[in-house]
Ligand binder design. Structure first.
Ligand SMILES: [Mg+2]
Length: 122
């Protein structure tokens, strides 16, 4: 698989660090990290990543609102929600907002790798 430019969005520094390690380990490049939805939209416009991992609960702007705005700008961008909140209602809301997949924390690197491969081969 080609190397993808990935942006990680999560308000927890530890989660961003964990995701960065997993994503770099499977051969992709992390080009940006954002800690809320507002920052995510700004950096998305500036850097145009191929793929975004998106937390849900964040200050300033939550991940579901950010997905709606980003997908309105580019429907092609692939977004994987990564959230501790695994409730069915939130998963459905995220997918309705345009998210392409959903991973519940704590996640395993194999699950992330599989989700990315699956999305990019669609
Ligand atoms: Mg959070």
């Amino acid at each position: 698989m080609e190397e993808l430019k990935v942006m990680i969005v999560d308000d927890a520094a530890f989660m961003r660090k964990t995701l960065r390690a997993i994503i770099e380990n499977i051969g992709h490049q992390v080009i940006a990290e954002a800690e809320n939805g507002v920052e995510a939209i700004r950096l998305f416009k500036l850097l145009q990543p191929d793929l975004i991992t998106m937390d849900i609960t964040m200050p300033e702007m939550d991940g579901i609102s950010a997905v709606k705005e980003i997908k309105a700008i580019s429907s092609d961008i692939k977004i994987i929600m990564c959230s501790a909140m695994g409730q069915r209602a939130l998963i459905i809301e995220a997918l309705q907002a345009g998210a392409n997949d959903f991973i519940v924390k704590p996640f395993h690197s194999d699950r992330i790798a599989h989700a990315i491969e699956d999305l990019m081969s669609r």
